[in-house]
Structures are given as structure tokens and as C-alpha cells.
Design a protein around this ligand. Structure first.
Ligand code: GLU
Ligand code: MG
Length: 467
């Protein structure tokens, strides 16, 4: 399980007890430096690195960083809010030792996600990982609930030899095709080796539909660990790809047309180890609580989109009939509904049943996305919200009247529309707190302004190599 305690100046007691022996072990394994990683509001993973010998200092007193990064855009320009975006101030980054991982594809390096506190030792209200830790802790305290989550990772592999800025798919042959698997046999085998060495439990890795696209899926973990793993996996994919002369894009839309890269989010609620999405009296074995949780997520999807699909390029991906789930609807194993109820196979439903949220991409900060989805679900659970009628097939076929009768809405078609929904959503804003909610709004509006007047091809190009 993830450490849910906040860092404290002087160091978390448990961390101080083990950091000396951990440092010695890392040095003996040839680790020279530690990558300290966090994801900013725009969804870009940013890092600081320290020599291995400084790990004890980092665990005790943190590593300095400006709060200005909380309002960076994906192109590295900066917007401001009432609180963030100023050149003043400093924060301390504290690595989570439970997640420290020796990087198999980057010899000499280990990696750890960080939590951020102020110099005075208080939680930084802009820290996304702290927000998710807090959300999960409160769900346990108030509802006796815990969660299992997994984030699917899709990416496009391009030839490193392509002209700067351009994408040339690294494989040929049909979608999901054996040709693609054979062409990248060495790359994917090296990726699996790296994952094994890093204790990552891979479920599947396969060539996907779009040009040069691959997907990896992993075992479900607690939400903070699942978000951490999504960041680590992407670091690993990039590092292995580089060794093979390949370029990686996790951008929602590598080109303006066609199927994009998703980051589908799987989530289930548990109480005392029992999966609430199986063995219940509701639809497909859901308990009443699981149904209401799912209804809460469904009801807030238009506003959630500002968090789960945060890039102008996200809206090139979020198009009907491309498996991205752009309608507020749910269905059993329905790939065009935003919320897919997954029952699992007979005999394993108690372990496997979960819900999959599709309008999520890898420009999303995974800590914000999971925290907001959980907050929406808990709101539905508190209100005992009924789950509407399920749908089957592609909701794109509904006419306006049928869609209205079924409560099926198209999700926002632009980032600006998503921000309007988000701004009006008191539940999500309250869950995030004013500082983080304002950062989300300011960064999204900044991204929308940055692409104003650009056509789709230029929007895709602007973000192609930023995520
Ligand atoms: N690439 C699709 C997306 O953008 C998902 C394909 C799948 O269902 O795996 O969400
Ligand atoms: Mg896929």
C-alpha cells in the first residue's frame, strides 16, 4: 500500500529509519541519481534529480522547487491565478520511498514520485498527488471505502529518423496485426524485461488500431499507486524506445484525424476487501453503492472532461465512433459509452468487476483525474443517485429526441466548453479546493487561448511531442 501520510520537515519517521540502508543498496546497484517526478496541472511530467548520496537529505528536508510550475502550460509558458504563477516562493519536494524504483532502461538512475509541502511544513494546496492521497484517505475515513484503479496506456511509436516535429509510424501492416508485433518484437520484449525488473505487473501489451500505436495494461492498485505507475510506465516506455531509435507520443491525437491515444481509467470500490461491483443485487451484480458511485461519475462527466481531457488536442480524440466514449451513457462492455461496466469473466467477477471511464487521455494529470472521478463517485453515493438506463451499441446513432429521452449527452466538443462545465461544478471545485480548482481553470483557458485560430492539423502538431 502507498504511504498516505503527509511528509513532514525532518522526514517521515518510517522513512528516516530506512533511508541509510536504501541509499547503500542503491549505490551498490550502481544508481548514481534519483529522478524526482511530479505531474503539473497541464499534464506534463516534470522532474528534478539529485545524486543518490542526497537521498537522505531529500527524504528529511525535501528538495526546493518553485510553485510557478503549477500554472505552466504544455508549451512551458506560464499563466497566473490569484495564488499561483508568481516567481515568489518555494516548495519542498519529498520522494515517496515506497514507490522508489530502480530504472531498468536508464542505467544509473532510480525514480520516485514526490509530494510537495510548503517551507513551513503545510500541505501545498496545488499538489495533485497530495489531493489524491487526501481524497483516498477521506473516503476510507468517511465511507470505509477503498479503491482499485488502473490506467491503460496507449502511445504512438514514431521513427526517430523522421524530420523534426513530424510523425512517421514505426510499424506497418494492419491494426492489431502480427506484422506490427513482429516488426517491434525486440522493442516490446525489452519493454517487458524492464517492466519485470521494475516489478510492474503487465497484463497485456499489443499493437493497437492507429498508425504506430501500441497499448500496455497493468494490474489494478490503490489509486495513488496506479497514478504513480502510469507516470513510471511512460518514463520506461520512453527510455526503452530511445534505445531503439524510436520516438514516443502519448498525445491524445498524434494527427488530426482518426483514432487517438486514450488513457482509459479502470476503477472499483471496495469495502473490507469486498468488491462492491460484483455479487450485489443491482445490474450486472453491482451493489446499490456501486451503482450510485457510477451514477455520480456519469452525472459529472461533462465537467470532469476538463480534468480528464485537458488539452486542446484531447478534443481531436474525443469524437464519436472512435472508442473514446464521448456520450454520457453507460453500458455493459459497450466501447462507445463513456462508462463501460466491466463484469469480468465467470469465476473471477469478485476480483475483476470494475467500471472503465473512457474519455480520459494521457495529457490528464493522473492524480487529478483519479481524485476528481472518485469525488464525483462519492457524491453520487452520498446522494444515492440512481443509475440511468443502460445503452447498447453506439450512442452516435441516436437522434436528438431519443438521446434526450435516455439522458444521453455529447461531452464537450472543445476545451473551452469543458472549462465552462467545470467552472459550474461545485462538487469538483470543492473537492479540489480553491487553489487547485483555479489552477485547472487558468491552465485550461491558457491552453485554449494558445491554439486560438489554429486548424486541427496545427493543434495536433503543437502537442504531438509535449506529452
Ligand atoms: N484508442 C482508443 C481511445 O482513444 C481506445 C481503443 C481501445 O478501446 O483500446 O480511447
Ligand atoms: Mg486500446
Amino acid at each position: 500500500m502507498t504511504t498516505l501520510a503527509d511528509p513532514v520537515p525532518g522526514g517521515r519517521p518510517g522513512d528516516l529509519d530506512r533511508v541509510a540502508s536504501l541509499t547503500a543498496e542503491l549505490a551498490a546497484r550502481g544508481v548514481r541519481g534519483i529522478v524526482l517526478a511530479y505531474v503539473d496541472t497541464a499534464g506534463v511530467t516534470r522532474v528534478k534529480t539529485v545524486p543518490t548520496a542526497r537521498l537522505e537529505a531529500a527524504v528529511s528536508w525535501g528538495v526546493g522547487m518553485s510553485p510557478v510550475f503549477d500554472t505552466f502550460l504544455a508549451d512551458d509558458s506560464v499563466v497566473t491565478t490569484d495564488v499561483l504563477g508568481s516567481p515568489d516562493g518555494d516548495l519542498r519536494l519529498y520522494p515517496d520511498l515506497d514507490r522508489l524504483t530502480v530504472l531498468a532502461a536508464q542505467p544509473g538512475w532510480a525514480w520516485a514520485p514526490v509530494d510537495r509541502i510548503t517551507q513551513e511544513g503545510a500541505r501545498h494546496p496545488g499538489c495533485a498527488r497530495t489531493f489524491l492521497r487526501r481524497t483516498v484517505t477521506e473516503a476510507a475515513e468517511r465511507y470505509g471505502l477503498d479503491f482499485r484503479a488502473a490506467i491503460e496506456v496507449e502511445w504512438a511509436l514514431g521513427l526517430g529518423s523522421a524530420p523534426a516535429g513530424e510523425f512517421a509510424p514505426a510499424v506497418s501492416g494492419p491494426a492489431y496485426g502480427a506484422i506490427r508485433q513482429i516488426e517491434l518484437s525486440d522493442f516490446t520484449a525489452d519493454l517487458l524485461t524492464a517492466c519485470t525488473e521494475q516489478d510492474v505487473d503487465v497484463h497485456q501489451i499489443h499493437p493497437e488500431y492507429a498508425a504506430g500505436q501500441f497499448e500496455i495494461s497493468v494490474a489494478a492498485l490503490d489509486p495513488v499507486a496506479a497514478a504513480d505507475l502510469s507516470v513510471l510506465i511512460r518514463q520506461t516506455i520512453r527510455a526503452v524506445a530511445r534505445r531503439h531509435g524510436l520516438r514516443v507520443s502519448f498525445a491524445p491525437a498524434v494527427s488530426a484525424d482518426g483514432v487517438g491515444n486514450g488513457g482509459h481509467l479502470h476503477l472499483s470500490c471496495r469495502r473490507a476487501g469486498v468488491n462492491l461491483h460484483a455479487g450485489g443485487p443491482g445490474r450486472y451484480g453491482m451493489t446499490a453503492e456501486a451503482e450510485s458511485f457510477a451514477a455520480g461519475v456519469l452525472a459529472r462527466l461533462p465537467a470532469l472532461t476538463a480534468v480528464t481531457a485537458p488539452s486542446p488536442a484531447s478534443y481531436l480524440r474525443l469524437r464519436p465512433s472512435q472508442w473514446a466514449g464521448v456520450f454520457t451513457a453507460w453500458g455493459r462492455e459497450t466501447r462507445e459509452a463513456a462508462l463501460r461496466v466491466v463484469t469480468g469473466s465467470a469465476g473471477r467477477q469478485d476480483q475483476e468487476a470494475n467500471m472503465e471511464i473512457k474519455p480520459v487521455d494521457l495529457a490528464a494529470n493522473p492524480y487529478l483525474a483519479l481524485g476528481c472521478v472518485i469525488a464525483a463517485g462519492l457524491d453520487g453515493l452520498t446522494a444515492a443517485l440512481p443509475l440511468p438506463r443502460e445503452i447498447t451499441g453506439d450512442p452516435a446513432r441516436y437522434g436528438p429526441e431519443e438521446a434526450a429521452a435516455l439522458g444521453v449527452r455529447r461531452l464537450p466538443v472543445t476545451l473551452s466548453q469543458a472549462v465552462e462545465e467545470f467552472r459550474a461544478d461545485q462538487v469538483l471545485r470543492a473537492a479540489l479546493g480553491p487553489v487547485l480548482a483555479d489552477a485547472v481553470t487558468a491552465v485550461r483557458l491558457g491552453e485554449a487561448a494558445a491554439v486560438e485560430g489554429l486548424d486541427d492539423a496545427r493543434v495536433a502538431a503543437a502537442y504531438r511531442w509535449r506529452y
